[in-house]
Design a protein around this ligand. Structure first.
Ligand code: FES
Length: 156
């Protein structure tokens, strides 16, 4: 069936095309400027350093979130008192995971992915375990680092 008249005018079509092109141009330019101005923005660090006192007295079977680059890290005190630090990002499609104290498991709500208390994937679509970090204490500092990264803090 052929319409007797057009649903949009030529002017509207060309204006929409021009506006889309201008918007794409400026958003690309803005992105490039931001990457130039802040080259480390969103990059993952090799390690982070915190005051130890901020992480002591954490109740057993609970987590404390910490910033890990542009994502989140989870400092976890297990029910037996041992500690673990993990990257709080699901290995399936990078949604943030949460800890469910009642089940003692980590949960990704995006596609119902589950990880045990050591970060091992146990059900759902996640293909591999959560990334775990190495936790060390040095004086009053707590260092959370990627595996294999050697951290030496400057002497005060
Ligand atoms: S992103 Fe976590 S299960 Fe899909």
């Amino acid at each position: 069936m052929k319409l007797k008249y057009s649903l949009i005018t030529r002017r509207t079509f060309l204006n929409t095309l021009l506006f889309g092109w201008v918007a794409a141009f400026f958003s690309g330019t803005f992105y490039a400027l931001m990457k130039f101005a802040f080259p480390t923005l969103g990059k993952e660090p090799d390690f982070v350093v915190f005051d130890k006192k901020d992480f002591t007295n954490l109740p057993k079977n609970s987590i404390k979130r910490f910033p890990w680059g542009g994502t989140v890290g989870l400092y976890f005190t297990k029910a037996d008192g041992s500690i673990l630090a993990l990257k709080g990002v699901c290995t399936h499609m990078e949604c943030n995971v949460d800890y469910k104290p009642a089940e003692k498991r980590f949960y990704c709500a995006c596609h119902q992915g589950w990880f045990d208390e050591n970060g091992k994937n146990i059900s759902g679509p996640p293909p591999k375990p959560l990334e775990t970090f190495v936790v060390t204490r040095e004086g009053e500092k707590l260092i959370i680092a990627k595996k294999g990264v050697k951290v030496e803090l400057p002497k005060a």
